[in-house]
Design a binder for this molecule. Sequence first.
Ligand SMILES: CC(C)=CCC/C(C)=C/CC/C(C)=C/CC/C(C)=C/COP(=O)(O)OP(=O)(O)O
Length: 238
Amino acid sequence: MALDRWESRLEDLFQGRPYDMLDAALSDTVGKFPVDIQPFKDMIEGMRLDLKKSRYKNFDELYLYCYYVAGTVGLMSVPVMGIAPESQATTESVYNAALSLGIANQLTNILRDVGEDARRGRVYLPQDELAQAGLSDEDIFAGKVTDKWRNFMKNQIKRARMFFDEAEKGVTQLSSASRWPVWASLLLYRQILDEIEANDYDSFTKRAYVSKANKITALPLAYARSLIGPSKISSKVL
Ligand SMILES: CC(C)=CCC/C(C)=C/CC/C(C)=C/CC/C(C)=C/COP(=O)(O)OP(=O)(O)O
């Protein structure tokens, strides 16, 4: 019911009829930038899915959930951030990178929160891959770091990193003012994966986080990378 109401407010604010101040802020943004309503609707759909589903058969199902709740945020952001006017990249490839960053962030979030989610009876991990690794829901609820779990997590982390790599290809194509914050968020969120490794894959009892010192260090690195735009200069330098 609440989600239905949210959806009708969304449609209203896209037509310039905001209900409250927050709606008004989004309505203003929608009037200023070429934002599409579909990713917003899809995010609400993701919330509906999350209400009725707490297991994912395979990565295809998990990917769809990640698209709904996080990939959509990437798609919403690009029209506001803007693509660099000198970019030769296709619009599709930039949206694809933005989608990948949302997916990468959500997968990272899931791998960090395994214990917290399990305590709420939820397992956002592909059931077929758990089975292939010799693991079951019971192992997740028991929360013991075993070699099977470590191996499983290594593969999950590898996949999340592939999505970050995919996302990297798009950041240089964004308008120059948008590149720094996006690089910073990418570098910082990806470091959570390093922290999960440093915790010996214990996402059951530990919440992996990036230290303040690492966060501060990431900012100049992100800034340096943000200087690279869609030019001929090799983006491999930094
Ligand atoms: C790369 C290019 C070309 C553009 C950038 C496009 C952007 C900004 C993508 C980022 C999308 C993003 C920030 C997605 C959010 C993903 C995420 C981790 C959501 C987690 O939300 P919750 O589940 O509420 O978090 P908690 O579990 O911490 O409460």
